[in-house]
Design a protein around this ligand. Structure first.
Ligand code: C5P
Length: 224
């Protein structure tokens, strides 16, 4: 059977990653969390005190960054590795969420990540989630979904995720962070977040993860 690319774009905390991961598992496809890559770059920039406004420093730092994904057979979880170190838990923290959209708006950062993502998906058979997969990384993706949900629902979901990891953040701070990220993501010059003309809109406000997964699989089945 031919393998396709499934691009899932949209706003933060709409259930993109959870859905994409489950779709990939059901289809025996690879899963690439492109947001994790921008988060890993942000972590490296913080650790190495890279000045975001200095493009020479940014370019030099990007050359030293190697991001990989590892499936941990013991926990059954996907881990993001930055220069061979598992940073999965660290990159999900609020201090990374607070700078990741500024980092990912830097053109040099985007060029480097987009090139790497295109390489990772070149054999197809992948589900990739992010902000610019259907518009920039794989404009020829066979399936394009654009996810949205109301801000309150997204914030509650994000709060639960953080709580499950032991970080208690109040709802207003989360809403503020989501709105700030949406604004930066949709207004940046280089591949801003937008729905591709041929992407299908999915409002997940009143959907369970299972319903979202079934919906994407059904769409994929029709394209296979
Ligand atoms: O998906 P997640 O919320 O973890 O992504 C973190 C941030 O990374 C987003 O808010 C966005 O600024 C950036 N991002 C991006 N392009 C992607 C994926 C994520 O700019 N393809």
């Amino acid at each position: 059977m031919p393998k396709i690319v499934i691009a899932i774009d949209g706003y933060s905390s709409c259930g993109k990653s959870t859905t994409a991961k489950a779709v990939a598992a059901r289809m025996s496809y690879g899963y690439i969390d492109t947001g994790a890559m921008y988060r890993a770059v942000s972590l490296y920039f913080i650790q190495e005190r890279v000045s975001l406004s200095n493009s020479r420093e940014v370019t030099a730092a990007l050359e030293k960054i190697h991001i990989t994904f590892n499936h941990n057979n013991r926990t059954g979880k996907n881990e993001t590795c930055l220069n061979s170190l598992n940073v999965e838990d660290e990159i999900r923290k609020m201090y990374i969420s607070n700078i990741v959209s500024e980092v990912s708006a830097i053109p040099e950062v985007r060029w480097a990540m987009v090139a790497q993502q295109q390489k990772m998906g070149r054999r197809r058979g992948v589900v990739m989630d992010g902000r610019d997969i259907g518009t920039k990384v794989f404009p020829d993706a066979e399936v394009k979904v654009f996810m949205t949900a109301d801000t309150y629902t997204r914030a509650r979901r994000r709060q639960q995720e953080l709580l499950a990891k032991g970080e208690l953040i109040n709802l207003d701070d989360i809403i503020q962070n989501l709105e700030k990220r949406d604004l930066i993501d949709t207004t940046r010059i280089e591949s801003p977040l937008r729905q591709a003309d041929d992407a299908i809109l999915l409002d997940t406000s009143h959907m369970t993860i299972e319903e979202q997964v079934d919906w994407v699989i059904e769409l994929a089945d029709r394209r296979l």
